[in-house]
Design a protein around this ligand. Structure first.
Ligand SMILES: [Zn+2]
Ligand SMILES: [Zn+2]
Length: 171
């Protein structure tokens, strides 16, 4: 595993001394990145572009990665691909009119970790599936029906109906 202190930190100090319009690309390629506290990205790869603009720097990021997730239907672990694409403007302190915006870091290092973490978390599907036609676990015996079909019916009787049936029988 990579040292998380150094990865996804872009040394952009030199871009500040370039003329407006100068653009530099940073290739990003890591087999495994752990973003504290709980996000593990596999095969993280893509590009970050840093452009010198009039009031600071423009950062554009395009990244793909995979995470390990659990299928919402059968609970098997799966590899979920994620794609992110975002841009951020870093303004010089004295020019920062927008209070909510990012400020050019004084040490000239842009730390992508919190941004990548946030963007990746936003793209994680709520119900990941191992396959679009995963048939999931049997609600009766709990077996994985993708692996071993069981004899239980697809939809066990509606409990309200069985109450009705009982009442009818009793009457
Ligand atoms: Zn599944
Ligand atoms: Zn079953």
């Amino acid at each position: 595993m990579n040292n998380s202190q150094n990865i996804l930190r872009l040394n952009v100090g030199f871009v500040l001394h370039q003329t407006v319009g100068y653009k530099r690309d940073f290739l990003i390629e890591y087999p495994h990145v752990h973003l504290p506290p709980d996000l593990d990205l596999y095969n993280l790869s893509g590009t970050a572009w840093v452009t010198r603009v009039t009031n600071g720097l423009l950062l554009q990021v395009e990244l793909g990665a995979q995470i390990t997730a659990e299928c919402a239907r059968c609970l098997e672990s799966l590899s979920q691909p994620l794609e992110i694409n975002f841009a951020e403007v870093y303004t010089f302190k004295q020019d920062s009119a927008i209070e909510s915006g990012q400020v050019v870091p004084e040490d000239g290092v842009i730390d992508l970790q919190p941004l990548v973490r946030e963007e990746m978390l936003l793209t994680i599907p709520i119900n990941p599936l191992c396959s679009p036609d995963c048939i999931g676990l049997c609600p009766v015996c709990g077996g994985n029906r993708n692996v071993e079909p069981c004899s239980h019916k697809e939809h066990p009787g509606d409990p309200r109906l069985s109450v009705l049936k009982t009442l009818l029988k009793g009457g």
